[in-house]
Design a protein. Structure first.
Length: 250
């Protein structure tokens, strides 16, 4: 359950430069369950509960944008029972309206548009997504974006098709304007859990130049302390960029 950011787990490590956008690849739910002799679905349930804790910790740290990789375009090939369970968890996540409103969190979604022939998001999940977006639209705090039925290469191809159909020049600006969420800010730090040191098919366009924070902790184990380390990494990179800008010769 998402609660107000006033408990001990949300103790904040202060940084001098606030990262605007933290993006998380929530990996390792299955491994977490396997190590405990539990079914993979138990790991996904634990991961969803920990996401609630990380939302709370992110709000406490005044993070502006939190984007999480909930379900990729490649995940549909997983066992049918596991997929059904994950879909149910996302419906539950998007249904936490009162709790998200209490935290002043605005919900966004990124993924294949529902009206595209290739889209696979079930209608009951679509309804939950639309309701969450509508019911939190007036909130002014952190924006939480859930990537569902999302793949970055699919998004880039979508943008390229849009440009081609309107005969626009394929510039960086024009491509950005045709992304699923054109106003999404660039990623300041990319987080991946469970010991994987790759960024997969996630926000490839938006995360250019962002440092990556990798941890051996699985997503259900990812903590506020891990989040602070990721924020410190982002601050280090921002400081380095500032120094380079100041000292670069004309």
């Amino acid at each position: 359950m998402i609660t107000r950011p006033d408990d001990a787990c949300c103790a904040v490590v202060t940084t001098t430069v606030k990262p605007v956008h933290v993006a998380c690849i929530m990996d390792g739910n299955g491994r977490w369950a396997q190590r405990r002799g539990l079914p993979r679905t138990a790991g996904h349930t634990a991961g969803e509960e920990n996401l609630a804790a990380i939302v709370r910790a992110s709000v406490a740290r005044d993070i502006d944008y939190l984007t999480v990789f909930g379900f990729s375009t490649e995940n549909w090939v997983r066992p049918r029972g596991e997929v059904r369970h994950i879909l149910g968890l996302h419906k539950k996540l998007f249904g936490r309206i009162n709790e998200l409103n209490d935290l002043n969190v605005k919900v966004q979604w990124i993924g294949r548009p529902f009206d595209e022939a290739s889209a696979k998001t079930p209608r009951y999940v679509q309804r939950a997504i639309r309701k969450a977006i509508s019911d939190t639209s007036r909130n002014t705090g952190m924006t939480m974006t859930v990537a569902f039925d999302y793949g970055s290469r699919t998004e880039i191809a979508h943008a390229a098709r849009k440009l081609a159909s309107t005969h626009q020049e394929p510039s960086v600006l024009n491509m950005t304007n045709q992304m699923y969420l054109p106003n999404m800010p660039k990623v300041d730090v990319l987080v991946r859990t469970s010991g994987e040191t790759r960024i997969s098919n996630f926000l490839l366009w938006q995360a250019v130049g962002a440092p990556s924070y990798f941890t051996d902790n699985t997503w259900p184990e990812f903590s506020a302390e891990d989040l602070d380390l990721a924020l410190q990494l982002a601050e280090t990179f921002k400081d380095a960029e500032t120094v380079e800008t100041v000292t670069r010769p004309n």
